[in-house]
Design a protein around this ligand. Structure first.
Ligand SMILES: *[C@@H]1O[C@H](CO)[C@@H](O)[C@H](O)[C@H]1NC(C)=O
Ligand SMILES: *[C@@H]1O[C@H](CO)[C@@H](O)[C@H](O)[C@H]1NC(C)=O
Ligand SMILES: *[C@@H]1O[C@H](CO)[C@@H](O)[C@H](O)[C@H]1NC(C)=O
Length: 408
C-alpha cells in the first residue's frame, strides 16, 4: 500500500513547487487580505527608468494611489497629481496602478507608498534604490618612459558610484594586485569616489605593455568601463649578430648586422675581431660589410652596442665556405662521388626488395588459384555436424599442405 502512494505524494509536492515558482516568479506575493495592495522594491541606475507596480487581488472599485518619498501624491487612479513629466501612468485597472519614473536621479531614492481608499485605508511601501553609475576610470602617474628595474606607480580613480565601485588592475588578461581601494565620501554627496594604486617594477618585457583599470559595479556589465595605459620602458642593449646568409661563400659579397635589441636604439656600435678586422671589411654603423669574402676573413667577430642605459656585446664565428664552382675540385668530386655511391646503394636495395615481392606475389597467386579450384571438392571448413567433421579431418591433410606452401 505504501508503494502506490509514494508517486502521488511526489506529484503533489512537485505541483506545489510549480505553484510556488509561479507566485515567486510574478515577483508579487498576495496577502491573505484580498484588498491589501502589494508592491515590490526596485533598484535602478541614475538616468534609468523604474516602474512601480501596485496590485490588489480583488477590487471593490476603490481608487489606488501612488505617493512619493515626500508623501506627495503622484497618481490617484488615472489622475496625475504632481507636475513632473518624468512620472507617467503605465497601467490603471480596478486591480492595478503602475507608474514609471524616467531619468531617475539620486534624489528619487526612498520609500514610495501605494494606498487603496477602502475603509480603513490600506497601504504598501516600495523602496527604490538608486545606483550611482561610476564614471570612466582615469589612470594617472605615468608621464615619461621608465628605465628597466625602476618602479611605476599608477593611480586609477572613478567618481560618482553608489554603492562604492571596486577597481581591478590587469596586465593583458592577467589580474594584478593593487593596493586596497580607497573610498572617498563627502557629506553633501551621496556618491563615492574610489581610487586604487598599483606599483610595478618594470622590465624590458613591459615596454608597450597595456595596463588596464576596470570598474566593477552592480550598475555595469563586466568590462563596460575600463581604461588602458601603455608603459614605455628604456632598456640597455642585448646584442645579437645576424649574418646576411648562413652559408657565406668565398668570393661573395656579405655583411654582418649587429642587433642592439634596446630602447632607445644604440647610439654607437663597435666592431672588433681577434687579431684585428680584415683590411677590406668596412664598418658601417650596425653593419660590417665584406665586398668579397675570403677564407682569411674567418674568425670570431665581436660587436659592442651602447645606449644611454648601458652596453652589451655579442659574438659571431665567421666560417667562410669554399666557393661553389671555382675552388678545390678534389673536395667537390669526392663529396659528389660519395653522394652517388649512397644513391646507387639505396636504388639497388629498393630494386632487390621489389623483385622479392614480385616473386612472392607470383607464387601466392598461382597457389591461390589452385586452392580455389580444389575448394569445392574439399568441402566446407566449418563442420556443422559430425559427418562433415570427419570429411574435414580427411581433407585436413591437403589444407596443411597449402599452408606450408604459403610460407615458402
Ligand atoms: C465595480 O464597477 C463595475 C462597473 O464600473 C461594476 O460592474 C462592478 O460591479 C463594481 N464592483 C464592485 C465590487 O462594486
Ligand atoms: C569626487 O571627485 C569629484 C571630481 O574630482 C569631486 O567634485 C567630488 O566632490 C568628489 N566627491 C567625493 C565624494 O569626494
Ligand atoms: C683570398 O685572399 C688571398 C690573399 O689574401 C688571395 O690570394 C686569394 O685570391 C683570395 N681569394 C679570393 C677567392 O678572393
Amino acid at each position: 500500500m505504501a508503494f502506490p502512494s509514494a508517486p502521488s505524494a511526489l506529484w503533489s509536492v512537485s505541483l506545489l513547487t510549480v505553484l510556488l515558482a509561479a507566485v515567486v516568479h510574478s515577483n508579487i506575493v498576495y496577502d491573505e487580505d484580498p484588498l491589501q495592495p502589494v508592491t515590490s522594491d526596485e533598484t535602478v541606475s541614475v538616468g534609468g527608468t523604474v516602474t512601480l507596480t501596485c496590485r490588489v487581488a480583488e477590487s471593490d472599485n476603490s481608487s489606488l494611489q501612488w505617493s512619493n518619498t515626500a508623501q506627495q501624491t503622484l497618481y490617484f487612479g488615472e489622475k496625475r497629481a504632481l507636475r513632473d513629466t518624468r512620472i507617467q501612468l503605465h497601467r490603471s485597472t480596478s486591480t492595478e496602478l503602475s507608474i514609471t519614473i524616467a531619468e531617475v536621479q539620486l534624489s528619487d531614492e526612498g520609500e514610495y507608498t501605494c494606498s487603496i481608499f477602502t475603509m480603513p485605508v490600506r497601504t504598501a511601501r516600495a523602496t527604490v534604490t538608486v545606483l550611482g553609475v561610476p564614471g570612466k576610470p582615469q589612470i594617472s602617474g605615468f608621464e615619461n618612459p621608465v628605465t628597466e628595474g625602476g618602479e611605476v606607480t599608477l593611480t586609477c580613480t572613478s567618481t560618482g558610484s553608489k554603492p562604492p565601485a571596486k577597481l581591478h588592475w590587469y596586465r593583458g588578461d592577467q589580474e594584478l594586485e593593487g593596493r586596497p581601494n580607497v573610498v572617498e565620501s563627502n557629506p553633501d554627496d551621496p556618491t563615492y569616489n574610489v581610487s586604487s594604486e598599483l606599483t610595478l617594477e618594470v622590465s624590458r618585457d613591459d615596454d608597450n605593455a597595456l595596463i588596464t583599470c576596470a570598474v566593477d559595479h552592480p550598475s555595469l556589465e563586466p568590462g563596460d568601463k575600463r581604461s588602458e595605459q601603455s608603459l614605455r620602458v628604456l632598456y640597455s642593449p642585448k646584442v645579437s649578430i645576424r649574418p646576411e646568409s648562413d652559408l657565406p661563400r668565398e668570393g661573395e659579397k656579405f655583411h654582418l648586422q649587429c642587433l642592439g635589441n634596446s630602447n632607445p636604439e644604440p647610439t654607437s656600435y663597435t666592431w672588433e675581431k681577434e687579431g684585428g678586422l680584415p683590411p677590406l671589411a668596412k664598418v658601417d654603423g650596425a653593419f660590417l660589410r665584406f665586398e668579397r669574402l675570403n677564407k682569411s676573413d674567418n674568425g670570431v667577430y665581436l660587436c659592442r652596442a651602447e645606449n644611454d642605459i648601458g652596453q652589451d656585446q655579442g659574438e659571431y664565428p665567421l666560417q667562410v665556405q669554399a666557393a661553389e664552382n671555382t675552388a678545390d675540385p678534389t673536395a667537390m668530386s669526392t663529396s659528389s662521388r660519395v653522394d652517388h655511391a649512397v644513391i646507387g646503394g639505396v636504388v639497388a636495395v629498393i630494386v632487390f626488395i621489389l623483385l622479392c615481392l614480385l616473386i612472392v606475389l607470383g607464387r601466392y597467386l598461382i597457389r591461390h588459384k589452385g586452392t580455389y579450384l580444389t575448394h569445392e571438392a574439399k568441402g566446407s571448413d566449418d563442420a556443422p555436424d559430425a559427418d562433415t567433421a570427419i570429411i574435414n579431418a580427411e581433407g585436413g591433410h591437403s589444407g596443411a599442405e597449402d599452408k606450408k606452401e604459403y610460407f615458402i
